[in-house]
Design a protein around this ligand. Structure first.
Ligand code: ADP
Length: 651
């Protein structure tokens, strides 16, 4: 659009053409014409000028005022028709019409008015441009502020070097407020003073020595008020003796509701340069960033210290520790663990557990994707070293394996067992002799009824001791692992044998018996004699510790490569206090009748046999309601395929 666009609104077409062709176009105007009725069609396009004719009455001025409203920057010139009211001129000007030409219309009058109109239009344009430029500058300044604040925010989020972040924040504060210098002061809780932590344009020496008391300084006042303070609007303020400033802002830095320091900027030279509320808002945002950076750094240092402590502890602890992630790759292996598995140096991080650790049993536990609780296993390594390995799943990490050296305890146990074995063995001959002589007493002379009763008691006691000694010797043999012979053993057959041998006793006691053996149960891979002992012992105990009228249920099932046998009774139960010791040798719980036969060795034997078969044994018991013993044993011919190249864990 040119600079002389004019819209001419006239109903008479001849008159319109005359004005356009004869007066305006020769003077360089770009003319658009329309009738009064068509004017609405032209309502979107701004013209430099508008000429409105055909005005005779007051009502016609309505169109003039709507044109002014629509195009406030286009001067409107009104041409009155002959016979128009004389006060129409006044009325038109009052409405805001730029000029009102009474009839008759003369070309030079019209052009003169239009020239003035154009001049007015240009003035308006210039005014609008300068106004817009001012607004755009203010807008750009705000944009730059937002940009700088967001930059400061980014540097807080990304940088780990606190000194650098704080220096950036102070520099941004100075740049955005147009200040001369800036500082970031932190609160020293002990002395209740503020000291400089970062500064911009401050004299080095001054920055080093400045200490402001919280109770008696402007910075302290901002800290105590908890919101930004602008000082120096009226008169210079004294920050410290000999240090006068003309204007300053202090914005407090707050972490978790506690003030930790202030961010400040000031002007010392420029008297006229003051700070405004907008500067305070900017300072407040930057102070928040600084507070976040300081808090982040504090947390990071704290976490790092804790991590280092933990790392040192893990590295130096005597137990072996191996941390693995969810894909069973090693995250950490401490020195003890390296020594235990005779691995040299490091470099195992990131490698798969199965590729580094050569121990099938441990690998099987680690690779068990269903494990959701800590599990302990005894492992034996070369040159007769024994460890208790605990594998614990750790949420969000993977698993942690701790290895405790129990070789020493094993050795002590062996010595003790050997001692017990020797003593038991040596006791057997004198006991046989006692039994022999007791038998002879009756043969060498008359014995009274009373003497016969005593002899019977001696014989029963000697039998008890002999049973105990036999059980001890048996246990010694099992623990020594002499019975290495293994074969497929059908559990239902063992159960049947045991039940056959005890059926009349159960009937005598009025106990109901249920046996649930599924078809197709795979045999267990083990030693027939020993597994028979396991089954016998558990059923015998159920029989012994279940009062008349009770019920015994024996069941078995297969789960993966394992056979699970359960012996459940409705008996007296095992008191919670006794439960931890129930597998200990010679231990008997406090709730069983004093005269109930037994030595407290049965469960030790069962446990030892199950352990030697690579199985697991546990029980659940509720007082006076019953006990369930569960034995898990490896099935014969079914192997868990473990490919150490391809971890079994969840993929
Ligand atoms: P014992 O010769 O005393 O039966 P065991 O070693 O077989 O020795 O069992 C140890 C103790 O465990 C028993 O004395 C008894 O207190 C407890 N116990 C074992 N089985 C059961 C059971 N089925 N119900 C209740 N208590 C039991």
């Amino acid at each position: 659009m040119g600079e002389k666009d004019i819209l001419v609104i006239l109903t008479d077409e001849k008159e319109r053409r005359y004005i356009a062709n004869q007066i305006l176009e020769p003077d360089g105007f770009e003319v658009t014409t329309c009738s009064l009725g068509e004017v609405l069609k032209y309502d979107t396009q701004p013209y430099d000028l508008i000429l409105l004719g055909d005005i005779r009455e007051r009502q016609s001025l309505v169109i003039a005022s709507s044109l002014i409203e629509q195009f406030p920057a286009s001067p409107l010139v009104v041409v009155l028709k002959p016979g128009a009211d004389s006060d129409l001129v006044q009325e038109a000007l009052r409405l805001g019409v730029f000029a009102c030409l009474p009839p008759p219309l003369r070309a030079q009058d019209l052009l003169a008015v239009l020239t003035r109109g154009l001049e007015r239009r240009r003035q308006l344009q210039r005014w609008a441009d300068s106004l817009a430029a001012g607004k755009i500058k203010a807008f750009r300044d705000r944009l730059a502020e937002v940009e700088a604040i967001s930059q400061a925010g980014k540097s807080v989020a990304s940088a780990l070097d606190l000194d650098q972040v704080l220096a950036n924040v102070v520099e941004a504060a100075v740049a955005l407020t147009g200040a001369e210098e800036g500082s970031l002061l932190l609160l020293d809780d002990q002395s209740d003073h503020l000291y400089i932590r970062a500064a911009f344009n401050f004299k080095e020496e001054y920055a080093r020595t400045l200490r402001l008391p919280v109770q008696d300084s402007l910075a302290g006042r901002a800290l105590r008020h908890g919101k930004p303070l602008i000082f120096g609007k009226d008169e210079p303020a004294k920050i410290k003796t000999h240090y006068l400033v003309h204007a300053l802002i202090y914005a407090p830095m707050v972490v978790n509701g506690k003030p930790i320091g202030v961010l400040g900027v000031d002007n010392r030279q420029l008297k006229q340069s003051q700070f405004n509320d907008q500067d305070a808002v900017v300072m407040s945002a930057l102070a928040d960033f600084a507070a976040i950076a300081i808090e982040n750094a504090r947390r990071y240092t704290q976490a790092e210290t804790e991590r280092k402590k933990l790392e040192t502890m893990l590295r130096e602890v005597a137990d072996g520790v191996i941390l693995i992630d969810d894909s069973l790759d090693i995250l950490l292996m401490n020195n003890s663990a390296l020594k235990i598995f005779q691995l040299d140096g490091g470099g195992y991080s990131g490698k798969n557990f199965g590729q580094v650790i050569d121990h099938q049993e441990l690998i099987e536990v680690i690779y068990d994707p269903t494990q959701d609780a800590p599990r302990k296993i005894d492992i034996e390594l070369d040159d007769e070293r024994y460890y208790v390995a605990q594998v614990t799943p750790v949420e969000g990490i993977g698993k942690v394996v701790t290895l405790q050296d129990v070789s020493h305890f094993r050795e002590l146990d062996n010595i003790k067992n050997e001692f017990v074995h020797t003593v038991s063995h040596d006791l057997r001959s004198p006991l046989t002799a006692i039994l022999g002589y007791v038998e002879l007493i009756g043969k060498v002379g008359e014995t009274s009824e009373r003497q016969k009763e005593y002899i019977r008691r001696v014989e029963a006691s000697v039998k008890n001791i002999t049973d105990l000694i036999n059980a001890l010797l048996e246990l010694g043999r099992i623990e020594a692992g002499f019975d290495r012979q293994r074969e497929p053993v059908p559990i239902p057959v063992l159960v049947q044998y045991a039940v056959d041998g005890m059926q009349h006793l159960m009937a005598q006691k009025g106990l109901a018996l249920r046996v649930q053996m599924p078809d197709g149960l795979p045999p267990v891979f083990g030693n027939t004699v020993r597994l028979r002992q396991v089954v016998n012992n558990l059923i015998e105990n159920a029989l012994k510790y279940t009062p008349a009228g009770g019920e015994i249920t024996i069941s078995a099932r297969q789960e993966g490569a394992q056979v699970i046998l359960q012996v459940q009774d409705t008996g007296v139960g095992i008191p919670p206090d006794d439960q931890p010791y129930i597998f200990d040798k010679l231990y008997r719980a406090g709730n069983i009748p004093v005269d109930s036969p037994g030595s407290g060795l049965g469960l030790s034997i069962v446990k030892s046999i199950v352990d030697h078969h690579g199985g697991r044994l546990w029980f659940d018991s509720v007082m006076d309601q019953g006990t369930t013993f569960t034995v898990v044993l490896p099935a014969a011919g079914i192997h868990l395929e473990i490919d150490t190249e391809q971890p079994l864990g969840p993929d």
